[in-house]
Design a protein around this ligand. Structure first.
Ligand code: PGA
Length: 252
């Protein structure tokens, strides 16, 4: 059985004054050992967050594909590892939109993260125009085809489905739509990695809150949530961890 994972993505939010939120989330996570919880914070906060996080895994939101070199402003997987990060998000739609990243970039970044021993959350998701044109299935299949790293396995890889139009908008797909895309992703993973696909978690992301988390987390093949806005405070994030705990108990 796949354990639920609730991962927060702080994006470009967070100064040292917010580290008390990390502590509060770590406490809540410790109280729910049946759920995996992680927080992906800005590079500048990783080491400080690790100091305050206890057993709560701290991650980054991007990584460069090379180990070192003349890449001004970039951070390698080895650097993240040394700072205490244990995971990294790659292929997030905001990086695809803002930095023109491609699925091939996500593939190379995932491989770099793996090389340094980091866990990877690999994102995919269609735009609103693609969604309206009925192309969501094709788009996520093609993104996964191009970005799934070699040797993908549940030990270090998680996939996240995040429809771009649902990110930060307060809008979410219907539960049926989520179920159908997650089933397609599972089938795609099966085609690409065989039996290992059964253990690879597929998270849903896009406007997940304490109010909708329980219903979303009960959907087949939804193995957790990638949470942006609602991960910035423990007050908003902890109810999602609690919803994941209830969803895990319900699935037995
Ligand atoms: P959101 O962001 O929860 O604020 O919609 C999700 C994400 O981008 O990972």
């Amino acid at each position: 059985m796949r354990r639920k994972l609730v991962a927060g993505n702080w994006k470009m939010h967070g100064l040292r004054s917010q580290l008390s939120e990390v502590e509060a989330v770590a406490q809540a996570a410790a109280a729910h050992p049946e759920v995996d919880v992680a927080l992906c914070v800005p590079f500048t906060l990783i080491a400080a967050a690790v100091d305050r996080a206890g057993a709560l895994p701290i991650g980054a939101q991007d990584v460069h594909e090379n180990e070192r070199g003349a890449h001004t402003g970039c951070v390698s997987a080895e650097m993240l590892h040394e700072a205490g990060a244990t995971l990294v998000i790659v292929g997030h739609s905001e990086r695809r939109a803002d930095q023109n990243e491609t699925s091939h970039d996500a593939w190379a970044k995932a491989a770099a993260a793996r090389r340094a021993g980091l866990q990877v959350i690999l994102c995919c998701g269609e735009t609103e125009a693609e969604h309206n044109a009925g192309r969501a299935e094709r788009i996520v299949q093609s993104q996964i085809e191009k970005s799934l790293p070699d040797g993908a396995s549940p030990e270090w890889l998680t996939v996240a489905y995040e429809p771009r139009w649902a990110i930060g908008t307060g809008r979410t797909p219907s539960l049926d739509q989520i179920e159908s895309i997650h089933a397609i992703l599972r089938a795609k993973l099966r085609m690409m990695v065989g039996d290992a696909a059964e253990g690879i978690r597929i998270l849903y992301g896009g406007s997940v809150t304490g109010d909708n988390a329980e219903a979303i987390l009960a959907v087949d093949n939804v193995d957790g949530a990638l949470v942006g806005g609602a991960s910035l405070t423990a007050q908003k994030f902890v109810p999602i961890i609690e919803a994941a705990a209830r969803a895990s108990a319900a699935k037995g």
